[in-house]
Design a protein around this ligand. Structure first.
Ligand code: GLV
Length: 309
C-alpha cells in the first residue's frame, strides 16, 4: 500500500513532505519519480495529466487535494469503480469567504476604479455604497457557499442563496431549483458563483441569467471558468447592464495573454488563488482516509459520482 502524488504545479515535493511529516510510516511517491505502480492504493491529485491514473492497477481511492473534482470527471481514462474523495476544510471555506467579502467591499467603495484613475493621476471622487443597502446572492450553498453566505449576513448584507435542493441557513433567504432561480437573480446586486462545475451548471453564467440580474449588478466567479460564457459576460459589461465582474477562475488557466478579460476595464482578475488547500490542515484528513482505506472502513468526504460533486 502506498500513496502517489500527481500534480503539475510544482508542488509535489511540498505535499510529499507534508504527508511524510504527518505519518512517517506511510510510503509516498511523486508521480515523476520511480515508483512501484502496483503498490499504489491512493492517488492524491490536483489537475493530474489526463490518463495518468490508468497506470495504477491496484488503485482504491482518488483523493482530490482540493474541494473541486470536476477535472477528475473530465478524464475519461480515470478508473470508474473506486471512490473519489474531496477536501472539506475550514480554511478552504473561510479563505473563500474572506476573498468574496474583500471583492464586494472593494467594489462598494470603488477601489478598482480609483486604482485605474490613479494610473492617470485623475482626482475624481465617486459615490460609494453602504453594506446595509446591498443584497448579495450566493449561488451554490455547499461548504464554501454556506459559510460565505453566513459571513455576509454577519457583515450586515442582505443575503439570498440559491442551490439545486432547498437549504436552510439562518439569516439567508434560500431559493432552490429552476423555479427559485428568477426571484433569486432579481434580488442579487452582487452575484457570487460557488457552484460545483457539472453538466447542469456548465455555462450557467450566460446572457439569459445576466438579463435577469438587476441593472448594474456585479458578478463574482470563484467557482470554475466553465460556469461563464465569456462572450456573454463581455457583452453585458459593455452594454452597461453589469457594472463589473471579479473573476478568479477561467476556461483556460493561466488565461492566455490575448484573452479580452485581461484588458477589460470592468473586470478585476485574480489568478485562481481565492482559496488554496493548505497542506497543514488538509494532510490529516488525507491520512485519516488512507488509514480507513487500509482497514476497510468507510471513507470521509466521498464524492457522489452521479451528482458530480
Ligand atoms: C480550488 O479551486 C479547489 O477546488 O479546491
Amino acid at each position: 500500500m502506498s500513496i502517489v502524488i500527481i500534480r503539475q504545479d510544482g508542488k509535489i515535493d511540498l505535499w510529499k513532505k507534508a504527508v511524510q511529516q504527518g505519518n512517517p510510516s506511510v510510503k509516498v511517491y511523486g508521480y515523476n519519480e520511480d515508483h512501484p505502480k502496483g503498490d499504489i492504493t491512493m492517488a492524491l491529485i490536483w489537475k493530474h495529466p489526463k490518463g495518468s491514473l490508468a497506470n495504477y492497477p491496484n488503485l482504491k481511492c482518488i483523493a482530490s487535494a482540493g474541494a473541486g473534482v470536476d477535472y477528475i470527471f473530465e478524464d475519461d481514462q480515470a478508473p470508474q469503480g473506486i471512490p473519489i474523495t474531496r477536501v472539506v476544510d475550514p480554511y478552504l471555506a473561510s479563505d473563500m469567504s474572506e476573498h468574496v467579502l474583500s471583492a464586494i467591499l472593494a467594489e462598494l467603495k470603488n477601489f478598482p476604479t480609483y486604482k485605474l484613475q490613479q494610473t492617470k493621476a485623475h482626482w475624481n471622487p465617486l459615490p460609494y455604497r453602504r453594506i446595509k443597502d446591498v443584497t448579495v446572492g450566493v449561488m451554490g450553498l455547499g461548504e464554501l457557499g454556506s459559510l460565505t453566505a453566513k459571513d455576509l449576513v454577519h457583515a450586515g448584507f442582505t443575503v439570498v442563496g440559491w442551490s439545486k435542493s432547498q437549504k436552510e441557513i439562518p439569516g439567508v433567504t434560500c431559493y432552490a431549483g429552476e423555479t427559485g432561480k428568477n426571484p433569486f437573480l432579481k434580488a442579487s446586486d452582487f452575484l457570487v458563483c460557488l457552484l460545483p462545475l457539472t453538466t447542469d451548471t456548465a455555462g450557467i453564467l450566460n446572457a439569459q441569467l445576466m438579463e435577469q440580474l438587476p441593472q448594474g449588478a456585479y458578478i463574482i466567479n470563484v467557482a470554475r471558468g466553465g460556469h461563464v460564457v465569456d462572450e456573454d459576460l463581455i457583452a453585458y459589461l459593455d452594454k452597461g447592464h453589469l457594472s463589473g465582474a471579479c473573476l478568479d477562475v477561467y476556461h483556460e488557466e493561466p488565461l492566455p495573454k490575448a484573452h479580452p478579460f485581461w484588458a477589460h476595464p470592468k473586470i478585476m482578475m485574480t489568478p485562481h488563488y481565492a482559496s488554496v488547500s493548505d497542506t497543514k490542515s488538509v494532510v490529516p484528513q488525507i491520512l485519516e482516509n488512507y488509514e480507513r482505506l487500509s482497514t476497510d472502513q468507510p471513507l470521509q468526504n466521498v464524492v457522489d459520482r452521479k451528482k458530480g460533486y
